[in-house]
Design a protein around this ligand. Sequence first.
Ligand code: MG
Length: 379
Amino acid sequence: MIDPVRLAPSNLAPYAISFDNSRGRRHNESAPRWRNEFQRDRDRVIHCAAFRRLEYKTQVFVNHEGDMFRTRLTHSLEVAQIARTIARALHVNEDLTEAIALAHDLGHTPFGHAGQSALNSCMQGHGGFEHNLHSLRVVDQLEERYPEFLGLNLLYETREGILKHCSRGRALRLGDLGRRFLERTQPSLEAQIANVADEIAYNHHDIDDGLRAGLLEIDQLRELPLFQRTEDTVTARWRTLEPKRSRYTVIREMLNYFVSDLITTTQAKIDTLGVSSVDFIRRQEAPLLGFTAATDQAHQRLKRLLRHCLYEHPRVIDMSERSQAIVKALFTVYMNSPDLLPDSVVRGEEDLAQSVADYIAGMTDRFAIAEHARVSATS
Ligand code: MG
């Protein structure tokens, strides 16, 4: 007989999400035998179709641009790695944090943010499209794998972590899960960790990908005092390091700096405030997880530089515009000729726009490109 205590997340602080304070699942299920409930959520995410499709979805660079760049899948794995380290250090629920991190981008459209903004503009008049909310829709409804329910029937706390943002109107319709956006309270520390780990991950891997793609120059990064400082330290320590290994070392040291600052600053806050329950964390007006003021500034500066030099680079903009044109064309074609949709897509008059949005959002980059070519040839 397996002892359930042995499978429980260990070494949890009183403010961590545990079996005792979890709000559970929407549909009751018997307990898993070889893993805990939070690990079960993580495993359900890994086995779902939307997770596999992340392999061929854009992070910044469209998938076919090169094999070395991050995709949504490798990005999600990096987020999970960083999030687990922070969760473990703060003695919160590592399994839950991992489940949220792996699921956080499940609702992303093909072509990254360009795809999402195109789909959002197509969906004006039909409720709009928001990738965050769509991630929740994927795990709550769109995945069809289990006999007893639609979706993955994830724990309340995993779903809470996936839903990072939400408008008031939508929050009203979401019931319990939407309440914190109306009351301006916070999600669990595990959810806060997955959220910040996402930012730390993309800031650093985008430096790496941007340099490799030749869109970012090392001199642009040297405008950041943190980068310059870190590079100086690395150069002083390893004088003959070749450029590639030096670049990796500087990026790794910076990442480590942000993660360490986040852990020590948050732990100090927890100690000072005497945080002793999940409720305390939820009741705060601002997230408990955070950097020192100086590190937060360095983080914001890094984000601004990446936006200016990388995300708004003419080559990235050009790619975005082409991607948006594909998404918009697909949406128009399906709305005008629903027969072009596969049988598995519901074509009811009322929900046609939503079904089309679900279908397009689920596409990988390469499938969207091929499908665009196919429907263009037909119509
Ligand atoms: Mg992300």
